[in-house]
Design a protein around this ligand. Structure first.
Ligand SMILES: Nc1ncnc2c1ncn2[C@@H]1O[C@H](COP(=O)(O)OP(=O)(O)OP(=O)(O)O)[C@@H](O)[C@H]1O
Length: 239
């Protein structure tokens, strides 16, 4: 059975159909990449999965349960974790405290068990050395790591990564990819929107292309990137 399923999901803002009858499934433990031109509807698709916006039509299922009308918080508690394009930590709290908030409210972890759980995530995401630093003092790479860590602190079954590699140097990007690979290897499903294609294709098993709100193609990353239709529409290259 699939972990996450979208069934003919559509959403319009005024006259603009931003998500147009999108259907796909993500298996347990799978990593799926999403690409598409600016304004294709990628972030809107994430908002429909997380419950930040409601679809006009269609349904969203997690583990076979219809989540379509459930609020965002209950989806977090059911296992949908998310990182944001622009990191959104509580800047006055320490890195550790940021994780505790996510673990308490999103992951249902409390007391000493929550402390240990958060320390494990700090290790996994490479933040153990800055546990007591205020999150406002972190470098860009560390803030990206904190976005990952906060998503992991909610004990997700699937994490949605929104352009997490953007703005990093090549070396920083390689180091973040290692962390994302370790999260994937531990069994968490990943859906990742990314413009840094080499980072994305080094992790994901399937790639989806969105264009004008429609799913243009989904499949093996190399085959998708090789498709003349994708080259023309996504990359703007005449073939
Ligand atoms: N809340 C909203 N109200 C009105 N229009 C919106 C809203 N959210 C998104 N849009 C519009 O929907 C379209 C798709 O936006 P979306 O952010 O989902 O695209 P995207 O593929 O994530 O783009 P990018 O790669 O630039 O982040 C855009 O034209 C955007 O202006």
């Amino acid at each position: 059975m699939s972990l996450l399923k979208l069934d003919n999901v559509s959403k319009s803002f005024g006259m603009l159909k931003v998500t147009d009858s999108v259907s796909f499934e993500v298996a347990k433990g799978e990593a799926l990449g999403i690409i598409g031109p600016n304004g294709a509807g990628k972030s809107t698709l994430f908002n429909l999965i997380t419950g930040n916006i409601a679809p006009d039509e269609g349904a969203v299922y997690l583990d076979g349960v219809d989540m379509t009308r459930k609020p965002a918080m209950s989806r977090v508690q059911a296992g949908v974790g998310r990182s944001f394009q622009i990191p959104q930590p509580f800047t006055h709290l320490s890195v550790f405290e940021n994780l505790l908030v996510a673990a308490n409210f999103g992951g249902g972890h409390h007391g000493h068990a929550a402390d240990d759980f958060c320390m494990d995530i700090l290790d996994q995401t490479g933040l153990a050395g800055v546990a007591d630093a205020t999150s406002g003092s972190l470098s860009l790479l560390q803030r990206k790591r904190l976005e990952l860590a906060r998503a992991m602190a909610t004990s997700p079954k699937v994490i949605l990564l929104d352009e997490i590699a953007g703005g990093l140097t090549e070396g920083e990007c390689v180091s973040l990819i290692q962390t994302i690979k370790s999260i994937h290897a531990s069994g968490t499903s990943i859906i990742w929107i990314e413009h840094v294609l080499h980072a994305l294709t080094s992790v994901v098993e399937r790639l989806m292309v969105l264009n004008f709100g429609k799913m243009l193609m989904i499949g093996d990353p190399a085959e998708v990137m090789d498709s003349p239709q994708v080259k023309e529409i996504y990359l703007g290259i005449e073939v």
